[in-house]
Design a protein around this ligand. Sequence first.
Ligand SMILES: *Cc1c(COP(=O)(O)O)cnc(C)c1O
Ligand code: SF4
Length: 333
Amino acid sequence: MKIVLKKNISALWKKVLKTNFTDLEELSNFLNLSPKKRQFLTQRKDFPLNLPRRLAAKIQKNSLSDPIFKQFVPLDQENEVAEGFVKSPVCDESFQKTPKLLQKYNSRVLFVTTSACAMNCRFCFRQNYPYDTSSNKRFDNELDTIKKDSSIIEVILSGGDPLSLSDENLQYIVQQLEKIPHVKLLRFHTRFPIGIPERICSSFLSMLEKTSLQVVFVTHINHPKEIDEDVSSALKSIQKLGVTMLNHSVLLKGVNDDFDTLHELCKKLIVTGITPYYLNQLDPVSGASHFDVEVKKGIKLVKRLREELPGYAVPTYIQEIPNEKSKTPLHTV
Ligand SMILES: *Cc1c(COP(=O)(O)O)cnc(C)c1O
Ligand code: SF4
């Protein structure tokens, strides 16, 4: 009986995920959007609305300028064609070692574990990625490739969102990686906890606690509104296990491209025990040009942050330039 009960608790996040808003009209009603404002929305069959309820609940009613609204609700601006904005802005495909493994940089590989996410961010650079969606969750090809290359010390679980995988599937990957002597670090790149903090359940925590790998947890938080009591307590329960916790943000026009918002975000992150890692220049994916911020402005913002906050609270402002050997820092430019 007890085992059954535990399983049900662990699966709570799957039930919460199923309550996401996926219907534009339903969301518009929930947000009391006026008929006039509804005209700015668009349906994107290829990359539809997907928004956890708790995030939707934070959106100001009848507003098109709320920072959470802007990040997740498809607007007709996405249909605009802009020069330089392309389907595959960081050329991920040309770095595939296997269908689910990318390597751009020395010593680490990125594991595209799944195409699924807890939410669809309108600026996602991987929204057109040709995901291998075969049901195979054994990842033999990927694990074999990692095993054969002893220069790899870190495996980054990404996607989509790796926390979309069940704990059983994650556990399997972790166990296989633990058997590879040169792999020392296990990194998660995830946005899941800000939408569905229930995901940080006891079985996930127990997996992190037991692994012999050093775990690095990189969250993706762009606006201080994304952090609340439940989110921070979920993230703190991970930190208690000795996990390094970092955050990367994307610089987004109308969302966080002003000093006060970035300042509050960085402050809230360090108070939550999360070190700001990267501030990413937007990857120019088609349909996202309305989010673009000039590099000049980004440099100024980061410079001011450095004047106001502890050094460790200031993220490195970077851009991903295909074929470079690392992300490219922008504040020295
Ligand atoms: C961004 C990225 C990484 C991680 O780079 P770090 O600078 O170590 O954070 C690794 N692999 C790929 C393919 C990436 O795009
Ligand atoms: S959570 Fe990450 S991978 Fe998923 S849609 Fe958002 S940016 Fe893209």
